[in-house]
Design a protein around this ligand. Structure first.
Ligand code: VGL
Ligand code: ZN
Length: 188
């Protein structure tokens, strides 16, 4: 089953941070994270079949990153470069030609959005992409930031909420207000 998105060649499906550390058993596990994988795989297939671009971001921190609690940051150690926790979920069916984007790779800065410091916006523009369709983890952190950034960069933005899950479910309401204010379409 796929969500009924009319994908085309001017669309990019952006799969955010579907990594082991954000799934059950990981260092910063999101409830319901792993269960999203089959639905995301179906979406990837639908997007590809219609000639859409498939992009996958990953949180990719150096050791001792400033966002880790032992450095005074808000998060436990997670998604350290080249560790199993930073790998994409093993069942995520990323095509070989999918675009991989690593973010938050500097010691001294965090980046929640896949557009932050990656050059992704310019790249998508060069490719003629007009709409960005977003799914993945976590709804209230990196998906929230990524969706707002996509809209700010001028892309028509669609969030597939059934293919996302939050670290803090109590934060979802505030996210919805932000999405609405920015004119972002949320597909439940
Ligand atoms: C994320 C917390 C810390 C995310 C990344 O990908 O949502 N959350 N770093
Ligand atoms: Zn992180």
């Amino acid at each position: 089953m796929t969500i009924d998105v009319d994908y085309g060649p001017r669309d990019a499906l952006l799969v955010v941070d579907m990594q082991n550390d954000f799934c059950e058993g990981g260092a910063l596990a999101v409830d319901g994270g792993a269960a999203l994988v089959p639905g995301i795989n179906a979406e990837i297939e639908a997007a590809r079949a219609a000639g859409a671009l498939v992009v996958a971001s990953r949180d990719w921190h150096p050791v001792d990153h400033m966002s880790f609690s032992h450095r005074g940051g808000p998060w436990p150690v997670h998604c350290v470069q080249d560790t199993p926790g930073a790998a994409f979920h093993p069942d995520l069916a990323l095509p070989e030609d999918a675009i991989r984007v690593s973010k938050a790779t500097a010691f001294d800065a965090d980046a929640y959005s896949a557009f932050d410091g990656t050059g992704l916006g310019g790249y998508l523009q060069e490719k003629g992409i007009e709409r960005v369709i977003v799914c993945g983890l976590a709804l209230d952190v990196c998906v929230h930031a990524t969706v707002l950034a996509a809209s700010r960069e001028g892309f028509t933005t669609l969030l597939l909420e059934a293919l996302s899950a939050a670290v803090d479910p109590d934060a979802i309401e505030a996210c919805h207000r932000d999405f609405e204010q920015a004119g972002i379409e949320v597909r439940p």
